[in-house]
Design a protein around this ligand. Structure first.
Ligand code: HEM
Length: 118
């Protein structure tokens, strides 16, 4: 409904561009590996499956969940907020249609990110 793999690729690439270029996300950037290429490929496939599309990421990563993926990272309120803000900006800039579904996706991802702060 939201446009398939090209839309998730565009959102993930914009998200990691912002993370790399905007100093507002410095702490979030520092938590990630130097090479963001694997995440540019992985996150859109995760999001596509999570949103009800093809589940190839989940099939390639059996048993992995949001908690196990992130358990080694010291996610606090600041880095969770940086994630949520960069993702909201990325979705807004890609501006997929329908806009109400894009807004719902932003809202859910914001709540998820905030819920991961320890
Ligand atoms: C709350 C703030 C968050 C922080 C600080 C954070 C941070 C990270 C970091 C540091 C990694 C490892 C990246 C690397 O190896 O370079 C990672 C992996 C990952 N994150 Fe997050 N994350 C957050 C929220 C989320 C959310 C809300 C989602 C999805 C909706 C998500 C999806 C993923 C996925 C799918 C991976 C692993 C991909 C793979 O290994 O195939 N993250 N995250």
């Amino acid at each position: 409904m939201i446009g398939g793999a090209p839309v998730f690729d565009a959102i993930a690439n914009r998200f990691y561009d912002l993370m790399e270029q905007d100093p507002a996300y410095a702490e979030l950037r520092a938590m990630h590996a130097e090479d963001l290429e694997p995440m540019r490929r992985s996150l859109p496939r995760f999001l596509a499956g999570w949103a009800g599309g093809p589940r190839d990421w989940f099939e390639a990563n059996p048993g992995k969940c949001m908690m196990s993926l992130h358990k080694d990272f010291p996610i606090d309120r600041m880095t969770a907020e940086q994630w949520a803000e960069a993702m909201a900006r990325a979705i807004a800039e890609v501006a997929p249609e329908p806009a109400n579904i894009a807004q719902a996706m932003t809202d859910v991802l914001t709540r998820m990110a905030r819920g991961m702060a320890r």
